[in-house]
Design a protein around this ligand. Structure first.
Ligand SMILES: *Cc1c(COP(=O)(O)O)cnc(C)c1O
Length: 391
């Protein structure tokens, strides 16, 4: 009935209680009661689809998952305490000892650390392809490969991967394609349309949108989600009902917030492109972006993240950050408040320089998560900080 994503994100609510509330209450309950012994037996035997214990399911988390599923075009999902627990539980549920992952090199720092140092404890190994090697993706596939993993746009260099191509390769080799869709949000891009089997979000970012709570979610094919559900039901990474309530409310305003983030980000990118202190700017919807056409094909707008290369390398980058007055120096992104970071010295400091360069993270790369402040105020802060970075 409600076809449009904006309407789905607002009207898809948990069932009303006997109080006929308009806004969904928070169900802070760890467990649920049964009618009698037979009801209890049947519920535990999975003969009934109902809430048993909030590590398994809860009305608030179910509402949040349901909205994300509808927005992404997914069959089912499971919600997690953080984006990283979504990534870990998805790998944990689907991979066994001896399995192999093919991943893009440009992925979130903690995901890379997990693939490099944690999964090898269970003899699960990873081969990385660079963005520029996407066309040779098949060369990285081994007989024991199970998963292709990627993010688009990438963090923090804002490159775009061809999701349709990844989907075709995954299908051809019978692999599970997992896309971390955090940077795009379910509003700007739906990877399942292009062949993804599973989509992961850190809901901490633009889905919350106001820097308050942590959360994560994995949605996609029902048979894969069933495995992820059973793994998670027994290992315990569930999202709290309170955070689920916050995140579900946030989804109601995601489309209008995302529109404004994208509008501001494009203006910031255009401003930076003309500034003499700036070497290069990367933003998916700038015509100068190497994958501009691909971005237009896959995404509704360019997203809230702009990356640029300041003239003068690390030193100028640090002067620039030290001169920022309005914007925040913080590790989050997708917040109402604009945030600047220097990935080489912060989020990606633990990966080697060679790995950093392969992921497009040069010493002078600055990432801006463009917020919802007035665009004139954002730009004037950037302008004065760029001036100061010169001296
Ligand atoms: C932040 C982030 C994560 C991790 O999410 P948390 O909620 O911080 O655990 C994963 N992937 C991407 C692309 C992110 O930006």
């Amino acid at each position: 009935m409600h076809e449009n994503l904006e309407t789905l994100a607002i009207r898809n609510q948990a069932e009303r209680s006997q109080y006929l509330e308009h806004s969904v209450p928070i169900y802070l309950t760890s467990s649920y009661v049964f009618e009698d012994a037979e009801d209890m037996r049947a519920s535990f035997a999975d003969e009934k689809d109902r809430n048993i214990y909030s590590r398994y399911s809860n009305p608030n988390t179910s509402e949040f998952i349901d909205k994300i599923c509808k927005m992404e075009g997914a069959e089912r999902g499971y919600a997690f305490a953080t984006g990283m627990s979504a990534v870990f539980s998805t790998f944990g549920a689907l991979l066994s000892a001896g399995d192999h992952v093919v991943s893009c090199r440009s992925i979130f720092g903690s995901t890379q650390t997990m693939l490099n140092t944690i999964l090898p404890k269970w003899d699960i190994t990873t081969s990385y392809f660079k963005i520029t090697e996407t066309e040779q993706l098949e060369d990285f596939i081994q007989p024991n490969t199970k998963v292709i993993y990627a993010e688009s746009p990438t963090n923090p260099a804002v490159d775009i991967l061809d999701l349709e191509y990844l989907g075709k390769i995954a299908k051809k080799h019978n692999l599970i394609l997992i896309i971390d869709n955090c940077f795009a949000t379910p509003y700007l891009q739906q990877p399942i349309k292009f062949g993804a089997d599973l989509v992961i979000h850190s809901a901490t970012k633009m889905i919350d949108g106001q820097g308050r709570v942590l959360g994560g979610v994995t949605v996609g094919k029902a048979d894969l989600i069933k495995k992820i559900y059973l793994f998670s039901r027994n290992t315990g990474p569930a999202l709290s009902p309170f955070n689920a309530w916050v995140l579900s409310k946030s989804l109601e305003t995601l489309p209008v917030r995302a529109d404004k983030h994208c509008e501001n980000a494009l203006k910031v990118a255009e401003f930076l492109e003309t500034h003499p202190q700036v070497d290069t700017v990367k933003y998916p919807f700038l015509k100068s972006h190497p994958q501009y056409q691909l971005g237009k094909k896959q995404m509704k707008h360019g997203g809230g993240i702009v990356a640029f290369q300041i003239k003068g390398g690390v030193q100028a980058g640090q002067k620039f950050l030290n001169s920022i007055k309005l914007l925040s120096l913080s590790a989050n992104l997708g917040d109402t408040r604009s945030i600047v970071t220097h990935p080489a010295s912060t989020t990606h400091a633990k990966v080697t320089e060679e790995e950093r360069l392969e992921a497009g993270i040069t010493a002078g790369l600055v990432r801006i998560s463009v917020g919802l402040e007035h665009i004139d105020d954002i730009i004037s802060d950037l302008k004065q900080a760029l001036e100061n970075a010169k001296h």
